[in-house]
Design a protein around this ligand. Structure first.
Ligand code: TYD
Length: 136
């Protein structure tokens, strides 16, 4: 995988005591941007593939706050990597211009997504050939 994509796993501090666990994701420190948008995905089963897009501007952190899923990353140059999300205090950081596919959702999966930008359909590249062209 071309390292310039800079996709990486982030381990958040787990603040646990006898009452349970608490995880903090502070913008600019725990994650490398200030989140302007938060959404979450649940009710997707094992056969579903979501994402299938790259974003020209948005950066993301994805955290399975419950259950499990996988994220396949492609760089448009023939390289791909798969990341497993299966712990509520571990996320994946995905910079802009990275192709992503989320799949293999467990039935209890709740995938929390933090985004650096407000939603703008025009900054989504949903066609892989177009993504490859723009990567060049
Ligand atoms: P979509 O991008 O297909 O979801 P995923 O990345 O999980 O495959 O989004 C599904 C629908 O929700 C689509 O009609 C666009 C809309 N949507 C918003 O309006 N705002 C958002 O922030 C997101 C992520 C999606």
């Amino acid at each position: 995988m071309n390292n310039c994509l800079n996709v990486r796993m982030i381990e958040f501090k787990l603040m646990g005591d006898e009452r349970g666990s608490l995880v903090v994701c502070e913008g600019g420190t725990d994650i490398p941007f200030i989140a302007k948008r938060i959404f979450y995905i649940f009710g997707s089963d094992q056969s579903v593939v979501r994402g299938n897009h790259a974003n020209r501007r948005s950066e993301f952190v994805l955290i399975n706050v419950a259950g499990r899923s996988k994220v396949r990353i492609k760089d448009g140059r023939g390289n791909e990597m798969v990341f497993a999300l299966n712990r509520p205090h571990t996320g994946i950081y995905i910079p802009s211009m990275v192709w992503k596919e989320m799949y293999d959702f467990s039935s209890d999966s709740v995938l929390l997504c933090l985004a650096s930008e407000h939603y703008d359909a025009d900054e989504y590249i949903r066609n892989y050939d177009e993504y490859v062209r723009e990567q060049k």
